[in-house]
Design a protein around this ligand. Structure first.
Ligand code: ADP
Ligand code: MG
Length: 338
């Protein structure tokens, strides 16, 4: 005879952790998204041993009161939506309320948080999702989350982590994508006690040159286009400079990093015959569209989106991009494909 039993939360959390937390970079991404949603203007990301030993994200955002600090590691507990209707118009990066529950269930998790009017900060420490310690602590306004020994209680997962070089690359790429999307935020990153960057100004050229090489931003054209359906802002390769380009394409919908083949293909087509061989033009593109026209609730990692109408997004995106690319002057000495 079969008998169905509801799984205890601890088990459920660990199962969903399998989808939300694939590797250290997933932890970084979720914590950074929370910091952004908390309205932070300064975010510090620190990792040790490519995140296997420690991922720490510190922000100066709104912080949490004691009740929220306890609730935040509960499954499906969120301050970002309250009804199913809210899913239609998301203006936050998070909304599923399961990231911290998942992360806390497979790591040693420490939270320090303080709201602006609180007299002191509050520290909570969990192991495998269970509260171990709670006490007041000195803290600035904001939140600091430290995740140690990821997958300590899931040996199979721990074993499948890749080399530090590979895991670190995933982390770095994920942080880079956010640093480029939020120029108004100051970002600092530290790895194994070495400072990698500390951006204090909102200058995009400084950030682009840092990540892609000195003078790189000069090989880009900044574009700003819009029609009734979407806005498009960003940077793409100047057609005449393609040869000197780094291959990298970052797409965002409403400032959320996404992966989308349709947009990649439309970009490739907008350049058309300007591309030689297998050139992939650099692009950092921010699409803005009505939140009701896009569904981000496709997968727990929130990297995929579904458009209400794929074709019309493509049909709107393509001409804007094409116009921006074609409007570029070609100086004769940097001929196409030379
Ligand atoms: P979600 O982001 O989908 O709501 P999370 O599990 O990532 O789910 O976070 C749960 C809740 O904890 C958030 O809704 C938010 O209220 C709170 N929270 C998490 N991180 C922070 C932070 N850095 N600052 C302030 N509040 C936070
Ligand atoms: Mg979140």
């Amino acid at each position: 005879m079969q008998k169905i039993a509801r799984l205890p939360d601890a088990v459920a959390n660990r199962i969903s952790a399998g989808e939300v937390v694939q590797r250290p970079s997933s932890v970084v991404k979720e914590l950074v998204e929370n910091a952004i949603d908390a309205g932070a203007t300064r975010i510090v990301v620190a990792v040790k041993d490519a995140g296997k030993e420690l991922v720490q994200v510190l922000d100066n955002g709104c912080g949490m009161g004691a009740d929220d600090a306890h609730l935040c590691v509960e499954r499906f507990a969120t301050s970002k939506i309250t009804s199913a209707d809210d899913l239609e118009r998301l203006d936050t990066l998070g909304f599923r309320g399961e990231a911290l529950a998942s992360i806390a269930s497979v790591a040693h998790f420490e939270l320090k948080t303080r709201r602006i009017d609180d007299e002191a900060g509050l520290l909570l420490r969990f192991e495998g999702g269970d509260l171990q310690e709670e006490r007041p602590c000195p803290a600035e306004q904001g939140t600091s989350v430290s995740v140690r020994n990821l997958f300590y209680n899931v040996p199979a997962r721990r074993k499948f982590l890749k080399t530090n070089a590979t895991e670190f690359k995933h982390i770095y790429e994920s942080v880079k994508a956010q640093v480029l999307a939020y120029p108004e935020i100051q970002w600092k990153m530290v790895s194994d006690d070495e400072q990698l960057f500390d951006f204090r100004s909102s200058d995009m050229h400084e950030r682009l040159d840092f990540f892609y090489g000195e003078g790189f931003s000069e090989s880009l054209v900044e574009l700003r286009e819009e029609n009734d359906f979407l806005t498009l802002f960003g940077y793409v390769a100047k057609p005449g400079m393609l040869k000197r380009q780094k291959n990298d394409q970052l797409f965002y919908i409403n400032r959320r990093v996404i992966q989308n083949r349709m947009l990649q293909q439309a970009l490739q087509q907008a350049y058309g015959e300007l591309l030689v061989e297998r050139q992939v033009p650099f692009a950092l593109l921010f699409l803005g569209l009505d939140t009701e026209k896009v569904d981000v609730n496709v997968h727990p990692a929130k990297l995929e989106v579904k458009f209400d109408d794929d074709r019309s997004v493509r049909n709107m995106f393509y001409p804007l991009l094409k116009r921006a690319v074609r409007l570029q002057d070609f100086s004769p000495d940097v001929g196409i494909g030379e």
